[in-house]
Design a protein around this ligand. Structure first.
Ligand code: GDP
Length: 303
């Protein structure tokens, strides 16, 4: 079915003191062991917690790490305290993304059109981005605590691109949308635009931007589309391990300025990530858990 909106893409293409809570977290193993048996995420996260403070910040809170490079009067330019969970809260989110006998994390099905999509009751999040932005790598990194999950990649030209649905226990569904290129596939309009506009349980769209090159023309179109459809969305900056700190900071500040001045539906805080170093991955898992209503963090609950 052709989108009622006439196809957005078609039109556009034509045109702490020190770490509060950490002590308590390290004292929790007995209670936590009950939550996750086969893989102990908490053990894994406890390893993260043993890192020297600077390394831990870089891995878990990459924006904070970047902020340290800024002169004091520029620090407020990065809105890094809007979603600012404690390390305990981040550890709790890890359990949601950890495969266990009781918490099944698995690929469910693929669909070419919304009316072929599985009818799932759980809150849903989706990931969109240009081809090659690092979407598959990011989704693999998010599922690293469920190593059995196969993130399907269909990149061969001519192959039909599909939406891939993944179940994350009883908590949420994660949807991997086909990547858009300079020339979005024709069916993209029917598939992606219809999904974004009509999927009732879609809680948040994660729009990926390559931090090395910044916002490109097709990213701009995707941003305009999210704005026009009044979707709540979040910008995730991929491949942050590839640039020098200076270049990354410049890009992040530029993108932040763009978000502040040109967007309404975009979450004001950026999420920089690396699928290679895992920087930002724990925080992103925690954010997903929070916005799907599965993890209350102190203070504000985002919905
Ligand atoms: P997709 O087309 O958006 O799914 O992109 P892929 O996940 O396949 O990644 C495209 C290319 O970028 C591949 O060569 C990846 O190895 C590389 N890549 C993806 N994420 C990262 C990252 O975080 N860091 C680095 N250095 N390379 C990455």
């Amino acid at each position: 079915m052709r989108s009622r909106w006439g196809g957005f893409w078609e039109r556009k293409m034509a045109a702490p003191g020190l770490w509060p809570g950490m002590g308590r977290l390290l004292e929790m193993p007995a209670a936590l062991r009950r939550v996750s048996r086969p893989y102990s995420t908490f053990q894994a996260f406890a390893e993260v917690l043993r890192l020297p403070k600077q390394q831990l910040t870089k891995l878990v809170f990459p924006l904070q790490d970047l902020e340290r490079q800024l002169v004091p009067e520029s620090k407020s330019e990065l809105h890094l305290k809007i979603f600012d969970p404690s390390l305990e809260e981040i550890a709790r989110a890890e359990s949601i993304f950890t495969a266990t006998a009781r918490n099944r994390i698995e690929y469910l099905s693929s669909a070419e059109r919304l009316d072929h999509a599985p009818d799932l009751p759980r809150p849903e999040v989706c990931f969109i981005g240009r081809s090659n932005v690092g979407k598959s790598s990011l989704i693999k990194a998010l599922f690293s605590l469920a190593p059995e999950v196969e993130v399907r990649v269909s990149k061969k030209p001519g192959h039909t691109k599909k939406m891939n649905f993944f179940k994350v226990g009883k908590y949420l569904t994660l949807v991997d949308m086909p990547g858009y290129g300079y020339r979005a596939p024709e069916d993209f309009v029917d598939m992606v635009e219809t999904y974004l506009k009509e999927r009732r349980n879609l809680m948040r769209t994660f729009l990926l931007v390559d931090s090395v090159v910044g916002i490109q023309k097709t990213d701009n179109i995707a941003i305009e589309m999210c704005e026009e459809f009044a979707l709540p969305y979040v910008m995730v900056l991929t491949k942050i391990d590839k640039s020098s700190k200076g270049h990354l900071l410049k890009q992040v500040l530029q993108i932040q300025k763009f978000v502040d001045t040109n967007t309404q539906g975009c979450f004001p805080q950026l999420f920089p990530v690396s699928a290679v170093t895992y920087s930002g991955i724990h925080l992103l898992r925690c954010f997903i858990a929070n916005i799907t209503g599965n993890l209350k963090t102190d203070g504000i609950q985002f919905s």
